[in-house]
Write a protein that binds this ligand. Structure first.
Ligand code: INI
Length: 175
């Protein structure tokens, strides 16, 4: 039996990040959490591109464009929709999640949902704090895991992931 699994190893992968400016006091923390995970996992600064959109409702369009551009291995979507301050909470959060999922399908690429949908500001801040409870960090880990998992699917007959083979044989990856 062959089991495929992603790994938290981001070197050589490219990431697009879509972050909404609405509730920036929360989304800036999500972005910091995501960037921290990506860089610690080995992604270079040049491999990360950040696009800022007005609100969560605008995330899907930008995510779809980025995902279809062929320039990224995964796209990370970050936003914060807070019910207490949003009469149209249901519409915005539903459209954001539906559109993000659709972007992934259409582009055949990991487009990760890192949008907080909370009852109030306190809950939002709670999920945008320390790395282990930061939705942006979690989304970045998911993006790396999915990008490496999809690459693992492109294995040869040995079933050995290329990066593992490279490590074993000491060869370098062609770019
Ligand atoms: N956008 C958010 O990302 N979060 C919110 O909580 C929010 N509220 O409160 O309304 C919000 N609204 C803006 C929306 O995403 C669009 O930018 C706007 O409707 C224009 O299309």
């Amino acid at each position: 039996m062959k089991t495929l699994e992603g790994q938290i190893e981001a070197a050589g992968f490219r990431f697009g990040i879509v972050v909404s400016k609405f509730n920036e006091f929360v989304t800036s923390r999500l972005l910091a959490g995501a960037l921290d995970v990506l860089t610690k996992a080995g992604a270079s600064q040049e491999a990360i591109e950040v696009a800022r959109v007005p609100g969560a409702f605008e995330i899907p369009l930008m995510a779809r464009r980025m995902a279809r551009s062929g320039r990224f291995d995964a796209v990370i979507c970050l936003g914060a929709v807070i019910r207490g301050e949003t009469p149209h909470f249901e519409y915005i959060s539903a459209e954001a999640s539906r559109g993000i999922a659709q972007a992934a399908w259409e582009a055949d690429l990991p487009v990760v949902f890192g949008v907080l949908t909370t009852e109030n500001v306190e809950q939002a801040l709670e999920r945008a704090g320390a790395p282990e409870r930061n939705k942006g960090a979690e989304a970045a880990r998911t993006a790396i895991e999915m990008a490496t998992l999809l690459r693992a699917l492109k294995t040869t007959k040995t079933g050995l992931h290329r990066s593992l083979r490279r490590r074993k044989t000491g060869t370098r990856r062609k770019r």
